[in-house]
Design a protein around this ligand. Structure first.
Ligand SMILES: Cc1cc2nc3c(=O)[nH]c(=O)nc-3n(C[C@H](O)[C@H](O)[C@H](O)COP(=O)(O)OP(=O)(O)OC[C@H]3O[C@@H](n4cnc5c(N)ncnc54)[C@H](O)[C@@H]3O)c2cc1C
Length: 308
């Protein structure tokens, strides 16, 4: 699995910190909320489209703005990790849904409101898994301040959707957290490119109108319509599909366990070349992003120790 997801990108060129504020927030459906960010610094941000990822830093309760070591240069991640977790800015990964230059510099992020005030999400013990980012978005108001770590050039390492030369068609699969990325990818694909697309959402009202000039065949997997586990629901739909002829490129993102199963299906059962499959766990069941970051850091440390 790609480990780029939970790890913080280095603050090397072309990534920089941007202090921005909420301009407006708008519900897109029962699950998603679009937060539009603005501010003069956004003039220097240059998103690469597709699945452009950024880091978002959110304030802790009672803070006006997140505390981020923006002056620490290349050492920012080490400094941030050494700060009190209850004081430092809360770091999360998100996708640039859209960047606009006119009438003013703005950036849209579409948040999944997981667990926010939805008793249907409670587990058998009555626990509702909401995270700080989901909660922040649900109450975001114009003027609220956040910091972004984002790119200053369009061609940057935060874009993963990169079909190799010789790709005849693409397979795209994601859940609601990957929907902003899937929308960006579909908007980027060239005219007529065959695309088989699977998008998993909780409710029928979460289905969005997606714009593309590609030859896209989109299957919406609405979890309300099944009693199956999300992973099997998704896998079975792809497994039963007739796929186009020619050389494919696949991009898969969403819940880590589901992503792993889908990748195994494509490589193991459908004969996809593993080098032509980009797969990223966007979140993991019962695990916060802090835990994923710490896992990635200790994994990297163990790998370094093992190679000596
Ligand atoms: C490259 C990348 C791009 C991403 N882009 C987006 C995006 O554009 N929009 C978006 O909404 N998310 C996106 N995500 C996923 C998002 O970062 C995670 O869902 C993140 O955990 C949310 O933070 P939180 O503070 O709300 O929850 P956390 O504090 O991280 O987690 C709290 C609990 O909630 C659970 N949880 C986390 N996310 C979900 C979920 N979606 N559904 C159900 N339970 C969940 C966790 O397992 C945990 O138990 C992206 C992730 C990556 C790596």
């Amino acid at each position: 699995m790609s480990t780029a997801a939970p790890e913080a990108p280095a603050r090397t060129v072309p990534f920089e910190f941007f202090d921005v504020h909420v301009v407006r927030a708008r519900r897109l459906g029962p699950t998603m909320l679009r937060v539009t960010l603005g501010g003069e610094p956004l003039r220097r941000l240059s998103a690469g489209g597709r699945d452009q990822r950024i880091k978002l830093f959110l304030p802790q309760a009672g803070q006006q703005a997140p505390l981020v070591p923006t002056d620490a240069g290349e050492a920012w991640f080490t400094v941030w990790r050494s700060m009190d977790p209850s004081v430092r800015g809360i770091m999360r990964s998100y996708t640039v849904r859209e960047q606009r230059r006119v009438p003013q510099d703005e950036l849209d992020i579409d948040f999944v409101l997981h667990g926010v005030g939805d008793p249907a999400d409670a587990d058998s013990a009555g626990f509702v898994a909401a995270g700080p980012a989901s909660r922040w978005a649900a109450t975001a108001r114009p003027g609220d301040r956040v910091t972004i770590l984002g790119p200053t050039v369009e061609d940057n390492g935060g874009v993963d959707f990169r079909p190799p030369a010789g790709t005849d068609w693409v397979l795209i699969s994601g859940d609601e957290t990957a929907l902003p990325a899937v929308a960006g990818i579909l908007g980027w694909l060239p005219p007529g490119m065959p695309a088989k697309v699977w998008i998993e959402v909780p409710h029928a009202e979460d289905i969005q109108e997606l714009t593309t000039v590609a030859d896209a065949d989109i299957t919406w997997l609405v979890r309300d319509n099944t009693t199956e586990h999300r992973t099997e629901f998704h896998r079975a739909s792809i497994a039963s599909a007739q796929l186009p002829e020619g050389t494919p490129y696949a991009w898969i993102a969403g819940e880590a366990g589901t992503v792993k199963t889908l990748r195994r299906h494509l490589v193991g059962e459908r004969g996809f070349d593993r080098k032509r499959v980009t797969f990223t766990g966007y979140w993991r069941q019962d695990t916060t992003e802090e835990q994923l970051v710490e896992e990635a850091v200790s994994g990297a440390a163990a790998a370094t120790a093992g190679s000596e």
